[in-house]
Design a protein around this ligand. Structure first.
Ligand code: FMN
Length: 149
């Protein structure tokens, strides 16, 4: 059974719900998945996992990473995740110039750490509605498919 860690940053709950849906989707596919708030996670924790998932919002004047996830982002630069599978998701708002930029930042950081992207990052406007759920479930399925290859 593959192991997955889903970590998230969420100020007003949108990304927590996305993380929740992703975790449940993985569990439904037979993955031993757990969901942990990002301030309780170190990049080295991913070394114990098969599937690494980050869910984050985007904030600040210049589409910044949330303060609480900056440490995890920086630590990823020093971890070798070769052979691991990753997925990134997040919530943002179209009104801002750089929609869900933090999701893209993590995608690049995971790639630089040597991990394999399971599927296209999922970006959701604000709260995940019913119509967003299939996209999240599809990413969970892609994580499992990539693991089984
Ligand atoms: N969303 C983006 O896509 N890009 C941004 O640059 C961006 N900047 C923001 C700046 C501020 C001050 C605020 C209040 C929101 C910003 N957002 C931006 C929208 C948030 O990412 C969005 O509300 C998100 O759903 C919050 O997630 P959470 O409920 O998990 O905290």
């Amino acid at each position: 059974m593959p192991k997955a860690l889903v970590t998230f940053a969420s100020l007003t709950g949108n990304d927590e719900e996305i993380a929740n849906i992703m975790t449940k989707s993985l569990v439904n596919l037979g993955v031993d998945a757990r969901m942990v708030e990002c301030q309780s996670v170190y990049a080295t924790d991913f070394l114990e996992e098969d599937i690494c998932v980050v869910v984050t919002y985007t904030y600040g004047a210049a589409a910044d990473l949330p303060d609480e996830i900056v440490d995890l982002y920086e630590e990823l630069a020093d971890v070798d995740l070769t052979g691991k599978i990753f997925a990134t998701l997040g919530s943002g708002e179209y009104d801002y110039e750089e929609f869900c930029k933090s999701v893209d930042d993590f995608t690049l950081q995971f790639k630089q750490a040597g991990a394999i992207q399971a599927g296209e990052a999922v970006k959701i406007e604000l709260y995940p509605e019913d119509e967003d759920i299939p996209e999240i479930e599809q990413l969970a399925q892609q994580c499992v498919n990539t693991y089984q290859k």
